[in-house]
Design a protein around this ligand. Structure first.
Ligand SMILES: NC(=O)c1ccc[n+]([C@@H]2O[C@H](COP(=O)([O-])OP(=O)(O)OC[C@H]3O[C@@H](n4cnc5c(N)ncnc54)[C@H](OP(=O)(O)O)[C@@H]3O)[C@@H](O)[C@H]2O)c1
Length: 334
């Protein structure tokens, strides 16, 4: 038997998630049997979509029913009972937030090293965040050179990549982010043309000035607070990709849009989408994203937290907007 530690929720949260909802528990796991692999996690992806599973103890993996947190990881193989994997291999998959885990080899994907790029890239630009950004920009909005493109949560992983892809296509790219520091990051590090702070008293006016023209394509990650001022500045036949509603994941009240009628008046197309809708494009998207990472057209941005004991705080920091880019939990090699 192998000793390991994992994250388990203590009880179903009564209201918003808090750090006290999570605990680190010591467990033992059996050694790998034939067709199984013992892995040591190196990175866990801290994703907003996990909020719903954490609140309801319900998710695609049956362990959620016991309050065990399961998410995407990048790991290294420690011991393998399957000929496809050898100790030291880097792999990705989905598993419990724990130091080590025995997992079926069929559920693992081997990762190729990219010179000069950390393996965490497979959870960010080359993972679901990058694919989601690509799908929204190319699949939903079909951004073209000359578009006036805006994106909310621009300093976040999906928003930051979406803006960098749109910029490469030739759009004028304006981000919406929380605070002067994040906006400076969006312009100076990510290369957006402009960025507006959503804490402004006049977000609608700031957006009009920064965009310099009616918005033709908008990528929404946050909710009514950012979508309303965009609708007030939308072009005739503007397109909106509704990717996420992070401001509303912890708030079950109805979502009200003051500018709802602009959808009609301006003949706007608003399309909500989920990443699996674009599964047929993943190969092309991955190849394009990889080329952009290698060429430097996409800047890697990561907020790293270390150790299982910091998992709860790191997850809540991500939801509360502390940090930029991809939020990752890092487990060091012991
Ligand atoms: N449709 C799909 O298939 C799909 C797939 C993956 C992700 N998503 C969605 O994509 C969005 C972005 O995901 P991500 O992983 O890159 O997360 P993220 O953008 O890094 O999310 C954290 C950021 O959200 C912003 N935020 C949180 N609460 C807010 C509020 N009340 N008002 C304004 N901004 C708020 C904060 O940015 P500021 O500090 O700048 O305000 C915070 O830093 C999420 O909505 C996620 O659910 C959708």
């Amino acid at each position: 038997m192998i000793k390991t530690n994992r994250i388990r929720m203590k009880a179903k949260p009564a209201g918003n998630l808090s750090r006290d909802d999570f605990s680190v528990e010591a467990i033992t796991i059996p050694a790998p049997a034939s067709g199984e692999v013992l892995i040591a996690a190196r990175y866990f992806s801290l994703d907003p979509y996990l909020t719903g599973f954490m609140r309801g103890w319900q998710g695609p993996d049956p362990r959620w029913a016991e309050g065990i947190v399961v998410g995407r990881f990048v790991a290294q193989v420690i011991e393998s009972q399957d000929q496809r994997f050898a100790p030291g291999d880097w792999v990705q998959g989905e598993g419990g937030w724990q130091d080590t885990e025995v997992i079926s080899a069929d559920k693992l994907q081997k990762l190729e090293p990219i010179p000069g790029v950390p393996f965490s890239v497979y959870l960010s630009v080359l993972g679901s965040s990058g694919l989601t950004a690509w799908a929204g920009v190319n699949g939903v909005l079909k951004v073209e050179a000359g578009d006036t493109f805006t994106v909310s949560s621009a300093a976040g992983m999906v928003g930051g990549i979406a803006g960098q892809i749109a910029k490469k296509i030739g759009a004028r790219v304006v981000g919406i982010a929380g605070g002067a520091e994040k906006c400076a990051h969006v312009v100076n590090t990510l290369g957006f043309d402009a960025c507006v702070d959503h804490h402004s008293q006049d977000l609608q006016g700031d957006l009009a000035t920064a965009a310099g023209a009616p918005i033709t394509a908008h990528y929404e990650n946050v909710g009514a607070k950012t979508l309303d001022p965009v609708l007030a500045n939308i072009a005739d036949r503007g397109r909106i990709a509704l990717c996420g509603l992070i401001a509303h994941y912890q708030d079950m009240n109805p979502i009200a849009l003051k500018e709802f009628r602009r959808l009609l008046i301006s003949g706007v197309t608003l399309r909500g989408f989920r990443l699996p809708d674009f599964a047929a494009d993943f190969e092309q998207a991955s190849a394009e994203l990889k080329a952009m990472v290698i060429s430097g057209d996409i800047t890697l941005q990561e907020t790293l937290s270390h150790g299982l004991e910091s998992a709860a705080g790191a997850f809540l920091n991500m939801l509360e907007g502390k940090g930029t880019g991809k939020h990752l939990l890092v487990l060091e090699e012991k």
